[in-house]
Structures are given as structure tokens and as C-alpha cells.
Ligand binder design. Structure first.
Ligand SMILES: *Cc1c(COP(=O)(O)O)cnc(C)c1O
Length: 390
């Protein structure tokens, strides 16, 4: 067997097996049980949030957030085009219309173009005390905005929240890649990704910084909203004994077995973030004089969880990835743009430039928490050899 360094694998060095055994021994394996409550309480404390509802996936977390905003088929939701498609699909689950935005150099939503879109493509209607942003072309109500904190970086939330406040937009933070990322400076100093907007969605899929196999969580700007989301996620059951339902609910609740893994993983999150950071710094040092493959920085004034490491590659990305694969190094291209995917080709995409450019040049490199120094040295050597323009 030759060398193989995977892109990102989970790390179960803690109490995962112990807690799962406990859940199974006690017979609490489904959508009720103490580990679910513990995970919600521990996450609430970690994030200093108003509460957390644990659910089946990050996608479910995003869908529940859109439902809680009251998104209907008459609404438009602003989304990024450079992202994983799960950030966008829930807009369609509500039969609403996505409108695609460009990114800035952080790979996250560009606030400058967001503002321009609101100013030049839309107008304001007063609706009682509430401002309504109406899209000129379709007359649809632009009601919400999904902002993704890409690869553990933080989007420019100060600028984005200012625009959202001005135009009465709900802000749903897709923090599925950014659990543990927070501002160290500015208006939101000390605030975690997902706790700045009206809703925050997290994911515990196998590739995320902590995992429950599959799972997710939501937080919101009030405890009442979190509680209502939890209620919707459990089939909107109003009476525990007599099956009374006053709303349409969903089967989106996390199971106790998932939560058992989650409680153990959350105990290790700080350690994972430390390792991700020190591994990133080591890559940075080893790659610093390398002009044709540049390690992307994270935003200043932010402490990032450094979930994924991106390099900017100045050559054919497919060939680059294959040449790494031949040397036993797994890497991955960034996503294809969502507005170019079959279900979204007819949607409005507003002045997409940087997203196109970055989608053709970004590759993610191995970033598991258990990478050794030797692994990082080996990958860095391969990255340098991978250059065509040597
Ligand atoms: C992982 C991810 C999701 C979805 O999370 P799941 O738990 O897999 O449903 C959504 N958005 C982004 C940006 C993601 O990376």
C-alpha cells in the first residue's frame, strides 16, 4: 500500500463510544433522550446563544429557519452562488425564488453587490411599520438572505447586517462550516458565527469540524423562535398524549444516538480548533514562497475554526488534483456555481464575477485534525511538485 492522506476524516478520540453505549443500554435511541437535551444545552452555552434545537441535518436546520421566517412562494431569498447546494435547496422546498449573489475575496457573500442589488434592482414599500423590499422585475418580496461562512471563514457580517436592517431582510447564517468561528474585533467582537443574524444553522455531517454521523442544529434571535423550531421538528405535537397538532410539522428531530456522539464531539471541539489552527500555520510556513499555489488567508479580526484549507492554484485544477492523487494526496475542487446547476439555470444571478473566477482556481487540501507534521510536510512537497509552470 502506498501513501494515502485523506482530505478530511472524523476524529473519535473522546467519549463517543461510551456515550453511544449508554444511549443503547438505556434504550433511548430515537428522537427522545437525555443526550439530545444535553447537546442542546452545551451548544447553547458554548455559543452564548438564546437556545439551540438539534435536528437531522444542516439542510433541515436551514429549511426550519426559512419556515420560521415565513418564506412563501411569493418571496425571493438572496443566496450565494459559490456554496454547497444544501444552502440553496431549502428555498425551493418552500417554493420560493432564489436570487444568486457573487462572493468577495473571502469567498463569502459580497456585501457591495448585495447593496447594489437592493438599491438598483428593488424598491421599498412600507407595510405598516415594516419595510418590504420588492424586486422590480418580478414584484416578489425579497424577504430573507442566506449567508454562508465558507470553509470556516466569517462573512462580512457588519456590512451585511447593516444592509439587512435597512431593507427588512431576515438573515439566516449558514454556519455549517464555521462552528467555533467568532469575531475578535469590531461591532460583533466575541460573537460566534450563527449568532449574529436572525437564524444560525449548523451541521454535524461526517466531514464537518464535529460530527454525529449526520445531524444539525439551529439557533435563533429569541428563545421563542428556537422553541417553535424544535416544535416544528417533532411533527408539531401540541399534546404529548392525545396527538393534537395545530400546525404542519416535520420529522426533523435529531436522535439520541446521534446526540450521544455529538455530546462527546463537542467536548473535543476546542482541541480540534487548536489543531486545525496549528496545522494551518505549519502549511502556511511551508508554502510561503510558493507563488503558483497560494494558501488563502482568513478574515482579519476573526478567530476562525480553520475547518478547510484552500489554496489558489494557477493552473488546470483537474490536472492538479490528479497529480496529487497519484502521490496519495486527496484534494477537492471547490463547488460548481449553483446558478449553473440544472434546477437553477433560469434563476436571476446578479453580476457574478469573482465566484466564477474562484470556482476555477480553488482546491482544498488535507485538513483532518489527526494530520501529523510529516503528513503536512509531505503534502506541501507534493503541492510544490504539482506545479506545471515550474
Ligand atoms: C454541509 C453543508 C450544509 C448541509 O449540511 P448537512 O448536514 O449535510 O445537511 C449546508 N451548507 C453548507 C455550506 C455545507 O457545507
Amino acid at each position: 500500500m502506498g501513501k494515502f492522506i485523506p482530505l478530511s476524516i472524523p476524529n473519535f478520540e473522546g467519549n463517543e463510544r461510551k456515550y453511544v453505549d449508554q444511549a443503547v443500554d438505556e434504550g433511548w435511541v430515537s428522537t427522545g433522550g437525555a443526550f439530545i437535551n444535553t447537546l442542546e444545552a452545551n451548544m447553547t452555552e458554548f455559543l452564548e446563544a438564546n437556545g439551540v434545537a438539534a435536528c437531522q441535518s444542516g439542510t433541515a436546520a436551514l429549511h426550519l429557519s426559512l419556515i420560521e421566517c415565513g418564506i412563501t412562494p411569493d418571496d425571493m431569498v438572496i443566496v450565494p452562488t459559490l456554496t454547497f447546494i444544501a444552502a440553496v435547496n431549502p428555498v425551493r422546498y418552500q417554493f420560493a425564488e432564489p436570487v444568486f449573489m457573487d462572493c468577495d475575496d473571502s469567498l463569502c457573500l459580497d456585501p457591495v453587490k448585495l447593496k447594489r442589488f437592493c438599491e438598483e434592482e428593488c424598491h421599498i414599500e412600507e407595510d405598516g411599520n415594516r419595510v418590504k423590499l420588492i424586486h422590480n422585475g418580478t414584484r416578489k418580496h425579497v424577504k430573507a438572505l442566506v449567508v454562508v461562512h465558507v470553509f470556516g471563514n466569517m462573512a462580512d457580517m457588519e456590512a451585511i447586517m447593516d444592509i439587512a436592517d435597512k431593507y427588512g431582510l431576515y438573515v439566516i447564517e449558514d454556519a455549517t462550516e464555521a462552528l467555533g468561528t467568532y469575531y475578535t474585533e469590531g461591532k460583533y467582537a466575541g460573537k460566534y458565527a450563527g449568532t449574529i443574524g436572525h437564524f444560525g444553522a449548523y451541521s454535524f455531517n461526517g466531514n464537518k469540524i464535529i460530527t454525529t454521523g449526520g445531524g444539525g442544529a439551529v439557533t435563533a434571535s429569541s428563545k421563542e423562535k428556537v422553541d417553535h423550531i424544535r416544535y416544528l421538528s417533532t411533527q408539531a405535537k401540541d399534546d404529548p398524549h392525545y396527538y393534537i397538532h395545530n400546525e404542519v410539522g416535520y420529522n426533523y428531530r435529531m436522535t439520541n444516538v446521534q446526540a450521544a456522539i455529538g455530546v462527546a464531539q463537542l467536548e473535543e471541539l476546542d482541541e480540534f480548533i487548536l489543531r486545525k489552527n496549528s496545522n494551518y500555520e505549519y502549511y502556511k510556513e511551508l508554502l510561503k514562497d510558493n507563488e503558483n499555489c497560494i494558501l488563502l488567508p482568513f478574515r482579519d479580526g476573526v478567530s476562525s475554526n480553520k475547518w478547510f484549507y484552500s489554496i489558489f492554484v494557477n493552473e488546470n485544477v483537474k490536472e492538479f488534483i490528479t497529480s496529487l492523487e497519484d502521490k496519495g494526496v486527496q484534494s477537492r475542487a471547490i463547488w460548481g456555481l449553483i446558478h449553473e446547476q440544472v434546477p437553477y439555470r433560469n434563476c436571476i444571478a446578479y453580476q457574478i464575477e469573482k465566484a466564477k473566477y474562484y470556482s476555477e482556481h480553488i482546491v482544498n487540501i488535507p485538513c483532518s485534525t489527526n494530520l501529523s507534521k510529516e503528513d503536512i510536510e509531505y503534502v506541501s512537497e507534493c503541492l510544490k511538485l504539482g506545479r506545471i509552470y515550474a
